[in-house]
Design a protein around this ligand. Structure first.
Ligand code: LLP
Length: 463
């Protein structure tokens, strides 16, 4: 369809509805490096390339929608985190953001540890050869079978999340004749400035054991009294997509206070604290994430200061970034299907994926950027809403953004920063086939998670 067949929607000057958008970038062809992975650039013809391969070639070989993951960027981010924290700290990649066997191997090669939160993630990690002692197991309701497997495998640590679990893990460990290394997850009572569904340190939610009413101190008492447990530290995770370090500072201070109370009551100085993950990334040009070395310095300064004040030996710190490592390393490539200009409102651009490959916009009101990537264009910016192909009006991928007004069906558009919590939260809604994840590096692209097929769907439907 040519541009004349679908008159362009409203220009930014005559937008009538409210939205989250700011003015369009001066030149829509310029890719803001904050939101794109590091090897992304435009070639001489204006097509986006990643790892040296153009999107047209990638679309031809792997189809759309698809996630393209910039492997060298992923590895560089792993190294940046481990170098920033140095040899006296541990970085655990949070597998829930995105996990596959290739990712596990990269983590292993780059010297990171891994945090898993389900039996499925544990299986993936072990199968790909991550040494069990480099794995931490999280979750508010781990099943007995999951705990059994973790203990049997010799997992590095289990993060205890309830009183029942303290007893369960102790019994299972004793049955296996081991002392399981554990941490206790505490809720420190911080209101993180993020969406309520991804904030986790206020008291009224399902994770952790509260510090405030003495529950955490009681949990420590019980854990120390049980032979099957080797209590190595305290864990806190305050939420996700957080930019402000103030919440982490309060959390670190309260966790150190608890360590001091434990020392006073039990005469034991626990050797470790884990401050969780949750560091924000840039989804749009408005976001300004911190670099790993700034985060590492801020956290280690506060822990050192608080420990000096409490006359405690400084514990070993661990952190669990998921999004901050994998989020910026991938984009989702879509083909434009239909285009509907709504006079006085905006133009709806439908793509061949949607809420089944990115639920975050519908679920958290998340903001994303989008760019025309199969070519450049000098056309005027047009206010668009990028929507999917699902039978639901909330099926929105990018709520408010600008694309060139000559956008046409068949064009390729890409949504950057979809490496975290997109494939891992993908669904089969409307029997959509979950897209593949393709790793791109140095001019080579390979599928690391293949596209689902209709046979896959029918295989589960036993009739
Ligand atoms: N550690 C713990 C104990 C966690 O619960 C999480 C995330 C992380 C680390 C990693 O957080 P990250 O650095 O990736 O923010 N689906 C939501 C995010 C849920 C996060 C759950 N826990 C989203 O799409 O924003």
């Amino acid at each position: 369809m040519s541009r004349s067949a679908h008159p362009a929607g409203p220009r930014h000057a005559d937008v009538l509805t409210e939205g989250h958008y700011s003015a369009p970038a001066a030149d829509l062809n310029v890719l803001d490096e904050k939101v794109w992975s590091r090897t992304v650039t435009r070639d001489a013809d204006g097509a986006l390339t990643v790892g040296g391969i153009t999107v047209a070639k990638l679309a031809e070989e792997f189809g759309t929608p698809a996630y393209f993951l910039d492997e060298s960027d992923f590895r560089a981010r792993c190294r940046a985190w481990s170098e920033a924290f140095g040899p006296d700290a541990d970085v655990f990649y949070a597998g829930k953001a995105f996990l596959s066997r290739a990712v596990v191997r990269w983590l292993k090669e780059e010297g990171l540890n891994l945090d898993v939160c389900s039996g499925g993630e544990l299986t993936t990690a072990l199968d790909a050869g991550m040494p069990a002692e480099r794995i931490a197991f999280h979750g508010n309701n781990k099943t007995v079978a999951e705990i059994e497997r973790a203990v049997e495998a010799g997992i590095g640590r289990i993060v205890l999340d309830s009183f029942q679990e303290i007893v369960r893990v102790a019994h299972i460990a004793q049955r296996h004749g081991v002392r399981q290394r554990v941490q206790i997850r505490v809720t420190v009572g911080v209101e993180a400035h993020t969406h309520e569904f991804i904030a986790t340190a206020h008291e009224d939610q399902k994770f952790g054991i509260a510090l405030a009413d003495g529950q955490a101190a009681e949990a420590v008492r019980r854990a120390l009294s049980l032979d099957g447990l080797d209590l190595i530290g305290v864990h806190s995770h305050i939420g996700s997509q957080i930019f402000d370090m103030a919440g982490f500072e309060v959390s670190a201070r309260r966790v150190v206070q608890l360590l001091a109370e434990i020392r006073d009551e039990h005469g034991v100085e626990l050797p470790e604290i884990d401050l969780g993950g949750g560091l924000g990334i840039a989804y749009t040009s408005e976001d300004d994430p911190r670099e790993p070395h700034e985060i590492a310095k801020a956290l280690s300064d506060i822990v050192t200061r608080e420990c000096e004040a409490a006359k405690l030996r400084t514990p070993r710190i661990s952190v669990e970034p998921g999004r901050a490592i994998v989020g910026p390393t991938a984009f989702t490539l879509y083909e434009v299907g239909t285009i509907k200009p709504l006079e006085g409102l905006r133009t709806y651009v439908s793509v061949d994926g949607g809420m089944s490959d990115n639920i975050r916009t519908a679920l958290y009101d998340a903001e994303y950027s989008v760019a025309l990537v199969s070519r450049t264009s000098d056309a005027e910016p047009m206010l668009v809403r990028v929507v999917g192909k699902h039978c639901e009006s909330g099926d929105i991928v990018v709520k408010d953004a600008f694309l060139p007004a000559d956008l046409a069906p068949g064009d390729l558009i890409a949504v950057p920063a979809t490496g975290a919590y997109c494939r891992s939260m993908a669904s089969n809604y409307n029997h959509a086939l979950r897209p593949p994840v393709v790793a791109v590096r140095d001019g080579e692209a390979r599928v690391i998670v293949r596209r689902e097929t209709e046979e896959d769907l029918l295989r589960l439907d036993v009739g």
